[in-house]
Design a protein around this ligand. Structure first.
Ligand SMILES: NC(=O)c1ccc[n+]([C@@H]2O[C@H](COP(=O)([O-])OP(=O)(O)OC[C@H]3O[C@@H](n4cnc5c(N)ncnc54)[C@H](OP(=O)(O)O)[C@@H]3O)[C@@H](O)[C@H]2O)c1
Length: 247
């Protein structure tokens, strides 16, 4: 069964990792998919080609989600190209880890701007389209770290906790227009973002996960598929952990 037939989705930060898999699973389920990337231009262009095989409309955009003007332009371009927008997955994210005593102002600002301000930018622009349509689903990518904190990630944890407060507020504001907003909170997922971590640190984390393993991008993509589809039509303002039981 194709769960997103006839719907148009935007996935931010889809050149690799979790976002890439979300774009793939959505196209597989019949969605027309717009997606963004920033520095990984070749990977973004390759994904656009690859997703053509599912037979839906797919287009990649080079767009910096942390920039308000670019987000607004992106949504205008998508509506001009696709005609509408039903689903937004705010997935773009970065880490710039360091203990508080060594964390620079720049590392704080960069992480807050890319992970949190981006969600304001894209959601504000996209909600205008959804309000006219009187339907829509926002899925915002947080992290278990946004719920429980993590030493060395004060900037990242603050951005991911902010996403939860933002999403719950938007769910309350836009619910009467039939627009839902939910959060996915992944635990430890194997991607380029986590490839940089020390093997011993990873082994320690995995030992503490009830399912005793890290997750795959597909695990997160399937949770997004549920929240994007009508299967979750009475679910809004929620945080769905995809973490092997970590939380
Ligand atoms: N992996 C995990 O264990 C884990 C756990 C919890 C939450 N998450 C969250 O899940 C999301 C995806 O993580 P991932 O592991 O897939 O990371 P990843 O492999 O590093 O991919 C990050 C994606 O974000 C894009 N991006 C970064 N800055 C951007 C910007 N300013 N504008 C637009 N796109 C931008 C990157 O595009 P370019 O490469 O083209 O710049 C890339 O496509 C992030 O929000 C992350 O915080 C991940």
């Amino acid at each position: 069964m194709k769960l997103l037939e006839g719907k148009t989705a935007l996935v931010t930060g889809a050149s690799k990792g979790i976002g890439r898999k979300i774009a793939e699973v959505f196209a597989q389920h019949g969605a027309n998919v717009a997606f963004t990337y920033l520095s990984s231009v070749e990977k973004g262009e390759a994904l656009e080609q690859e997703l053509q095989s599912f037979g839906t409309k797919v287009k990649g955009y080079r767009s910096d989600a942390s920039k308000f003007d670019q987000a607004e332009q992106l949504i205008n371009d998508i509506v001009a190209e696709f005609g509408t927008l039903d689903i937004v997955v705010n997935n773009a994210g970065i880490t710039k880890d360091g203990l508080l005593m060594r964390m620079t102002e720049e590392n704080w600002d960069d992480v807050i701007n890319v992970n949190l301000k981006s969600i304001f930018n894209v959601t504000k622009a996209a909600s205008k389209v959804m309000m006219k349509n009187r339907k829509g689903s926002f899925i915002n990518m947080s992290s278990v770290v946004g719920v429980q904190g993590n030493a060395g990630q004060a900037n990242y944890a603050a951005s991911k906790a902010g996403i939860i407060g933002f999403t719950k507020s938007v769910a309350k504001e836009l619910g009467s227009r039939n627009i839902r907003a939910n959060v996915v909170a992944p635990g430890f997922i194997k991607t380029e973002m986590t490839d940089v971590l020390d093997e011993k640190v990873v082994a320690g984390w995995e030992a503490g996960i009830p399912l005793k393993r890290g997750g795959q991008p597909e695990d997160v993509a399937n949770a997004c598929l549920y929240l994007a589809s009508d299967l979750s039509s009475y679910v809004t303002g929620q945080v769905l952990p995809v973490d092997g039981g970590m939380l």
